[in-house]
Design a protein around this ligand. Structure first.
Ligand code: IPE
Ligand code: IPE
Ligand code: MG
Length: 248
């Protein structure tokens, strides 16, 4: 069977759509940016708590390819938060053995942000205690398209033949290359959609939709989700072992 990025059993990858910052702020009569600021505080808490909860990989959706369509001031505010986050967290992340990676198309960001992200990635690239990915200017469809283009070019040049393209080769061209597929997807704020997040990678993830807005999300809620995850029966299209035994 051609399975891409199948999970080594000792990894636990949690993907999060951090949604609801704006509504959290609105309900407190605060500007949307105050919600984003509070959201960053939540993120720092979750990153710190994750390794002790048994999570090996955490991938959070921070800015989608569609989020450029928001008002200029909000986009600028989010860019500033990205800058501040890297500047204030890099040293501690490195000290804590966190391997940081920005996924998505970084080329759309200003030079200084690109440099900050690259510097953070290079500084932490050999850390292995915890893998932390932030999706920035990320879109699942765009990522699938760019991977397709790379492979089509290779085929046009005669470097590969179309029948050589399997799941592994395809996944190796995605921005998530090298990461195990997420085991768990969490979306906060009650919305139940993917909003273009990790379309390829989430094929067999377990989904958890949480009513709390992201700024109000806590390590305790995360721990509760992990507990519930243990009781989920992941079949990957097959049938349970007991069923096979009963039929024998
Ligand atoms: C998520 O919160 C953060 C980003 C998309 C950057 P939102 O800003 O989407 O908050 P709501 O969904 O409007 O409440
Ligand atoms: C998804 O949330 C993107 C991020 C959390 C970064 P959105 O708020 O942008 O998604 P929609 O518009 O509700 O689908
Ligand atoms: Mg939203």
């Amino acid at each position: 069977m051609d399975v891409a990025n199948s999970n080594p059993s000792d990894s636990l990858h949690v993907a999060i759509i951090m949604d609801g910052n704006g509504r959290w702020a609105k309900s407190r009569f605060l500007p949307r940016l105050a919600g984003h600021r509070q959201g960053v505080k939540t993120l720092k808490r979750i990153v710190k708590a994750s390794p002790d909860l048994g999570i090996t990989h955490l991938t959070v959706y921070a800015f989608s390819t569609e989020n450029w369509g928001r008002p200029f001031e909000e986009v600028q505010g989010l860019m500033n938060l990205i800058r501040e986050f890297i500047k204030s967290e890099l040293a501690e992340m490195h000290q804590e053995g966190v391997c940081f990676r920005a996924i998505g198309d970084k080329s759309a960001f200003s030079e200084d942000i690109q440099e900050l992200l690259l510097h953070a990635e290079e500084t932490t690239q050999n850390n292995a205690r915890f893998h932390f990915q932030v999706a920035l200017n990320y879109g699942g469809r765009q990522d699938i398209l760019q991977a397709t283009r790379v492979l089509a070019e290779k085929a046009a040049k005669g470097e590969i033949t179309p029948d050589q393209i399997d799941q592994g080769m395809f996944a190796s061209q995605l921005t998530t290359q090298g990461l195990p597929d997420p085991d768990i997807l969490i979306r906060t704020s009650g919305e139940q959609r993917l909003s273009n997040y990790l379309l390829w990678e989430l094929s067999y993830a377990e989904f958890f939709f949480i009513d709390e807005h992201w700024p109000a999300f806590t390590p305790k809620t995360l721990a509760r989700i992990l507990e519930e995850y243990k009781s989920r029966d992941r079949r990957f299209g097959e049938i349970q072992e007991e069923t096979v035994e009963a039929q024998a």
